[in-house]
Each structure stands twice: as structure tokens, then as C-alpha cells.
Design a protein around this ligand. Sequence first.
Ligand code: C5P
Length: 329
Amino acid sequence: METRSVRVRAFAKVNLGLRVLHKRADGYHELRTVFQSISLADRLSIEFRPARNTRLEMDCAAPIADNLVLRAAKALMEAARIHGVVRFRLEKRIPMGGGLGGGSSDAAAALLVLPVLAGKEVSFATLHRIAASVGSDVPFFLIGGTVLGLGRGEEMYPLPAPVARNVLLVAPPVHSSTPEAYRALDRGPESALTFTGRLHENIKFQELVRRLAVSEGGEGWKLYCQNDFEDVVLARHPELRALRKRLLHSGAEPALLSGSGSALFGIFHTPNEVQQARERILAGWRAAGEIRAEAVGFVSRERYQAAYWRALAPHMDGRLWPPRSRYDR
Ligand code: C5P
């Protein structure tokens, strides 16, 4: 059989809300978050050829120690009994270590695409189980758009898409470690991260979700965006605090950290405001060319899934989600 290949966009995410509750018995933290897909995307090419001996190859210019794409592909091929030679070519455009979910999105792309190329139907439940084993954020990228995430983030409830076309994403060359950010929260002044300890903050999160859920095209949800990591991460990295201030002074409503950082984003009213904020941020950073500032937009679940359908069209049967292979016997 000939080699089957596709090239997909693996979209990044930001968090519109992120609450970290208590530390659980399994060592993870209980989350309340709203994930949002954005237009910035990695490009992942996947070639598949059936073969008795499975072999996975990764071609990527950026050095990545533990590539989640390979972990996801290996787990999937074992679970679905797919045998073949798979070649990935990964073009990184999403800054790494920014809290933008790039590696998780790449891994989910492999999970969505490989069954289609291999002609195997894999249930959403199986994809979800494998995704969650690869990383807490990976399941979100099996759905995309706007999603309420509970548990480690893997228990998901799709929400209607809020409109935000004028978003400035800022990725400074600052490393913010996720496990360290969680540890800092555990040690913080309110070390018992519980519902009762921060009831007011929970009400704010509930209001964010409620406003997104009723949507009606309103913008009231913007007042209720929040990220629990900001206190500890901005305290540790004053340059991030300065960037957030600059976003706010440029008219962002709101300006937030994404995940545990170090990327930030600001939502503006006009493209002009975005460009002005971008120029101010680039001009104000200590070394030119070190920081990235890009205009992006929110991506709805409809657009997210349509992008996969478009890329997979030659290999697909109908417009189902997850995408369904036409080679499936
Ligand atoms: O699941 P993932 O491998 O992406 O998580 C990375 C680290 O972040 C975990 O090892 C853990 O320290 C922390 N984490 C957490 N609670 C979560 C998600 C991640 O404590 N819900």
C-alpha cells in the first residue's frame, strides 16, 4: 500500500479562567479552567505506511527532550493494534514552555490523525484515555474551541464560543516551570487551596462560565477572567508583571497569564489597539528579537474541527468527530 500523508495545524490554547483548588491524593491539583483555542498553530506532517514492525520517526528542528507526539503515537498504536512506519515532521511555531499547550496540541493531533491514516476506528473514550495519560491538557485538544475543564482538566464540557478577534499574545524568553508554580501555590499564604478558603474567587469563576454559557454575543465575561497562577508566577518574574501592566495600559481588557506562564495575552477592542500595544511591548523589551508579540484570534470549535476535516478530507468518510477513516473495514 502507498504511503498516506497529511499536514495539520495544531492550534495553541490560552486559559480564560484558571482556578487551582486542593492537592489531590494522586498528587495532581483539582482544577477549574476554561480552555480557549487560538489561531497560532504548529504544523505537523504525518506519513503512515503499514508495516509489520512499527517504527516511529520524528523530524523537528527544535530540540525537544521528551516529545509528546511520540509518546501519544506509541500509546495509541499499542492500544489500537496499529502496525506501521510513521514519520512525523514538526514545525514549531507555538513558543515552548509558555503555557500555550503546544506540545499537548501536537500530541492530540497525532491521536486524531493516525487512526484515520491507518484505517482504524478508535472511540473517543479510548483517545481520551490515552490523551490523559500523556498530559493533563492533551484531552482538551481532542475537542478544541471553548471548553470548561474540571478534574486535572480532562473532564470536559464544551461551551459556546466567545468572540475575540483582537488578541495580542506575548511570549517572553522567561522559563516558568509548571510543577514549581504548583508547589509555590501549595506553599502560598493560603496554602490550603480549598473551595471554602476562597469562596469569592469560586463565585467569580462560576460567573465567567455562566456568562460564556449564555453568551448572547455579550462581552460581560471579560470581567470575570482570572488565573490563580498569576500571584505566584508574577511575583517570581517581575518582568512578566511589567508586561501585563503594559498590556493593561495599552487598553487590554483583560490581560492575563496563560496556564502557568510565561506567555501572556491581552484582549483589545480594535486591530489598531493590538498593533500599538505590540509596538510598545517590542520597543520596551530589553533586547530586540528576544520577545514574541503576535496578533491572534480565538478559534471556535467549529473552525477547529473544520481545519482537521479539511486536512484529512482525502482519507475521511463523512464529517464526524473524531474524524473517521474511509479505509476502515
Ligand atoms: O499532566 P502534566 O504532565 O501536564 O502535568 C505536569 C505537572 O504539573 C505534574 O507533574 C504536576 O506537578 C502538575 N499538575 C498538577 N495538577 C494538575 C496538572 C498538573 O499538580 N491538574
